[in-house]
Design a protein around this ligand. Structure first.
Ligand code: KG4
Ligand code: ZN
Length: 333
């Protein structure tokens, strides 16, 4: 059995092929660098680039895995949540291939796929998962891979957006999370005191827009006195932002642990690549006796291996989708 999975929910085109044992035979991710100069993803450009890149990427992954297109037995693609135009490209290509070859098609929930990256790890349920990406910040009480109760989410921006938008204010480029992470290593995290909105709330709910605004006002005032303030203090600013975001996330994770008593903790999504977050979670694991599951960095950010793995389980369960399935910008887990 060969399953071909396609991911195009945002600005990464990704393809993976998986075999009947659930092993990924080949996978590739192509990241669209063009958005960097716009300081964020431009949806129209993203969907057009998926159109150009996806067929080549599929050819390369087929070659890498020694598979021909007509020997693919099942096709899977991200159905949402994500940018509608981007989703449409991956979904349309994959549904067309399934239709032409008379093979089944599976529509995959991107958020559920991020969590499925831990499927081959010895996670015991119930577990608590922190899913942190460019579009989502969610804490789940997981009863199984498919039964996820939402304990809390963000009221406004996602954690990844907080990284990306503060990086943009400093002129650091896009996506800013990884850049802040790299520079934070050389800075003092105590140099700027930033707010932690909803910090005292018992519910593990998040809000990041206030942090971004406070940072904007802070640097605007400093720039009035010294036009080189950002250049001279870049590492300290990055370290302070990173420390604040990591503390907000991990305080809420601790609240979820205290609320549920669950000590199996899984981390997923692009922000889980953050070194400060990974370190702090490991430290908390020692403090509370948590068993933590942290994805490899390449599997934290968007990839098609997670789509393939989720598709594989749906395939085994016989949960196929119709060829009339459309992209869904919002798709609850
Ligand atoms: O999961 P992902 O690849 O795409 C979405 O589903 O959104 O997450 C992308 C987000 C971006 O906001 C990016 O800045 C952030 O993950 N990110 C990081 C790091 N690497 C990626 N944030 C902080 N530190 C990193 N090392
Ligand atoms: Zn994602």
């Amino acid at each position: 059995m060969r399953l071909l999975a396609v991911e195009t929910s945002c600005d990464d085109s990704a393809v993976a092929i998986l075999d009947e044992t659930g092993t990924v035979l080949a996978e590739l991710v192509s990241t669209q660098m063009v958005h960097e100069k716009h300081g964020g993803v431009v949806p129209e450009i993203a969907s057009r680039l998926h159109m150009t890149v996806l067929p080549k990427l599929i050819r390369e992954v087929l070659e890498k895995s020694g598979t021909s297109l007509d020997s693919i037995d099942v096709f899977a693609a991200t159905a949402g949540p994500g940018l509608t135009g981007s989703l449409l490209v991956g979904l349309s290509w994959t549904k067309a291939a399934a239709f032409a070859l008379g093979k089944p098609f599976l529509g995959i929930n991107h958020l559920s796929a991020h969590l499925h990256i831990h499927h081959s790890s010895p996670v015991e349920f119930p577990a608590v998962a922190l899913l942190v990406s460019g579009g989502h910040t969610m804490i789940f009480h997981m009863l199984s891979w498919n039964e996820c109760l939402l304990l809390g989410t963000t009221r406004d921006d996602a954690a990844g957006e907080a990284f990306d938008k503060t990086a943009k204010l400093m002129g650091l480029g896009y996506p800013g999370g990884r850049i802040i992470d790299e520079l934070a290593e050389f800075g003092n995290p105590d140099s700027v005191k930033l707010p932690s909105p909803l910090g005292n709330k018992r519910k593990p709910e998040f809000s990041f827009s206030g942090l971004k605004t406070a940072f904007l006002y802070f640097i605007r005032d400093r720039l009035k006195e010294n036009k080189d303030f950002i250049k001279q203090n870049r590492n300290d600013l990055c370290a302070s932002i990173q420390r604040t975001i990591v503390e907000i996330l991990t305080d809420k994770l601790e609240k979820a642990f205290l609320q549920t008593g669950i000590s199996e903790i899984a981390l997923a999504g692009g922000v889980s690549a953050n070194s400060g977050l990974r370190e702090r979670i490991k430290w908390l694991a020692k403090k509370h006796g948590w068993k933590v599951f942290i994805p490899e960095i390449s599997l934290s950010t968007d990839n098609a291996a997670m789509i393939a793995m989720t598709g594989y389980l749906k395939f085994l369960a016989g949960e196929f989708a119709g060829l009339d399935s459309s992209p869904l910008a919002r798709l609850p887990i």
